[in-house]
Design a protein around this ligand. Structure first.
Ligand code: BG6
Length: 492
């Protein structure tokens, strides 16, 4: 492994994400040798704490994610961690950080490389980015890099996202900004490109002549848990559709990139998103439906979860139809759905092919059931793999057909070695590879699409709750697809 040299500054360094995902991911990179002796971490937050206590918390986070907290490797790793209490709105505090950064840079010979990671309340993102520059935190060494990693949410509509982006742009160029969408760090999401552009069999059929529709399902079993203060202001459309679903759809819909580089891939994703039809009011109302979970047994309905107002109209479920106005996809809809408190926790993509134009097995005397559609399923999580449904002859003396499946599932042992999304994404930041991050044009087109739906929804009082926990959402999600004489491939 190539060793990367950098100083990490984590804003929100004592937060849940840092302890649960970021530090364990850095440790994995350390074990693999991508980080060795030339790295240091400064964690910041408002609370007071010394380095020892911070290091102990880091070691505990590694133990919680299955490492041996008392090993020499863990203590060597944690010795690179430093803590600095920091009020992000107090400009004077940045000079203290600057001094700490310079000291560590010398001590660990980091060559001026800096990664600023913002994982805290989004209203501070702009201020921090500006103070990092104005207070001299960014390295001025011309061979060094300064990179800004930014967690979701990136705005709550196009206007606020634009405002945020303008603020960041005052200090960082687009290539220095890494907007996290952790779905892009998932093995099987990255595999979409291999499946499509590595196989003639797949890519030559990947269009409206052969594909009837594509279905993307991000299903969650849990409810809102402890995150209501965030979630109730967001809802499923902003929380899952604007980012994760739009990213997956653009990977499925894009044209072949000139080369497998971040610039080329982004260009194709943006082009795809530009041809996504932005709905007018009437079409937004018919092509998107929402839901909110009701109660069952001991499970309270969404409106009675902790910190949710009793009259909340926040959606915990969305289903919709997306249409691309381009040569490849015109006439082939993409159906998407996501929700909390559904039947199971999984992510999958079902590519439904058209049936043969003529079913020669359906001659008048035949008892044969009509040919099934070919379906190519991409299993993203919890199991990774592909499945291809074909029609074959039944194994007997007569002549009938039945659907059979060619399955490829990554085995459990191998799955354990799959890097966590955050490990991959942090490694990409160290390498300066923006492939698996959302660029500003992608984010902005996604917001413009989503804003239209939000606009319509905000005009009407929904009839909530409207779905039973552990189902696959409200009846409206069924009607949405049945109206087009189709059905969801995954059903209960
Ligand atoms: C996050 C959303 O982006 O993704 C959460 O904010 C959601 O609401 C989560 O639960 C799902 O991610 P994963 O990786 O568990 O499918």
């Amino acid at each position: 492994a190539t060793e990367r040299k950098a100083l990490f500054l984590f804003f929100g360094g004592t937060g849940d994400l840092a302890y649960r995902k970021l530090y364990p991911s850095l440790f994995n990179l350390y074990q693999k040798g991508n980080l060795r002796s030339h790295f240091a971490v400064i964690g910041t937050s408002r609370q007071a704490m010394d380095d020892d206590k911070f290091r102990a918390a880091v070691r505990k986070s590694l133990a919680d994610s299955g490492n041996r907290a008392d090993s020499k490797e863990v203590s060597d790793f944690s010795s690179h961690f430093y803590y600095q209490a920091h009020d992000v709105t107090n400009t004077a505090h940045y000079s203290v950080l600057k001094e700490a950064a310079e000291k560590l840079d010398k001590k660990y010979k980091l060559e001026g490389n800096r990664i600023f990671y913002l994982s805290m309340a989004p209203q501070f993102f702009g201020t921090i980015a500006q103070d990092l520059k104005s207070q001299g935190l960014m390295s001025t060494n011309k061979d060094a890099f300064n990179r800004l990693v930014i967690e979701k949410p990136f705005g709550r509509d196009y206007d606020s996202a634009k405002q945020l982006n303008d603020a960041l742009s005052k200090s960082f160029d687009e290539e220095q900004i890494f907007r996290i969408d952790h779905y892009l760090g998932k093995e099987m999401i990255q595999n979409i490109e291999a499946l499509r552009f590595g196989n003639t069999l797949v890519e030559s059929l990947w269009n409206n002549r052969y594909i009837d529709n594509i279905q993307v399902t991000l299903s969650e079993k849990l409810g809102v848990e402890e995150r209501a203060s965030y979630y109730d202001n967001s809802g499923a459309l902003r929380d899952m559709v604007q980012n994760h679903i739009m990213q997956i759809v653009s990977l499925l819909a894009m044209e072949q990139p000139v080369a497998f580089t971040d610039t080329d891939i982004r260009a194709e994703k943006v082009k795809a998103l530009r041809s996504l039809r932005v709905y007018n009011v009437a079409d937004a109302a018919t092509n998107f439906v929402r839901g909110q979970y009701g109660s069952i047994n001991d499970q309270p309905d969404y409106r009675h979860e902790d910190n949710v107002p009793e009259d909340s109209t926040t959606e915990t479920f969305v289903a919709g139809k997306l249409l691309f106005d381009n040569y490849r996809w015109s006439g082939t809809p993409f159906y998407v759905r996501t929700g909390k408190m559904l039947a199971d926790k999984f992510t999958r993509v079902d590519v439904v092919f058209k049936r043969p134009l003529v079913d020669i097995f359906a001659f008048p005397q035949s008892q044969n059931t009509p040919l099934a559609a070919n379906v190519l399923t991409i299993f993203v999580e919890p199991h990774a793999g592909f499945s291809l449904q074909l029609n074959a002859k039944t194994n007997d003396a007569g002549f009938s057909t039945e659907p059979i499946k060619l399955d490829y599932l990554v085995d459990a042992e191998k799955s354990k070695e799959t890097p966590e999304p955050y490990e991959r994404l942090l490694h990409d930041v160290l390498k300066g590879d923006g492939t698996n991050f959302s660029s500003w044009p992608e984010v902005s087109y996604a917001w413009k699409f989503v804003d239209q739906i939000r606009r319509v929804w905000d005009l009407q009082e929904p009839q909530f709750p409207n779905y039973t926990p552990h189902s696959m959402g409200p009846a409206a999600a069924e009607e949405l697809i049945q109206r087009d004489h189709r059905e969801w491939i995954y059903r209960l």
